[in-house]
Design a protein. Sequence first.
Length: 91
Amino acid sequence: MDWLDGPRIKKVPLYCEKIIGKYVKTLGTYIRSNNWEGFVVKLKSEFKDDDSKQQHNTEALLQNMVQQMRQQQQDPSVSEYRSFIFEYAER
């Protein structure tokens, strides 16, 4: 919708679990509620460690997958590399 930033920000807690909504209301960018982009950046930074989709896009996940592959076999085949690449791309 083409809402102004203020009303748009004020609606966000309504879409959250109750405790998360209360926390969102304490953020300075929520209280000022005049900059949607700033609010989104702050919100993402606050919850990045709890966001499974965000975690799937980290270098740490890739490193973990590589370690698992190395531990499973000493010399993976081409098909196993392909499988690994497709799995990572899917995540």
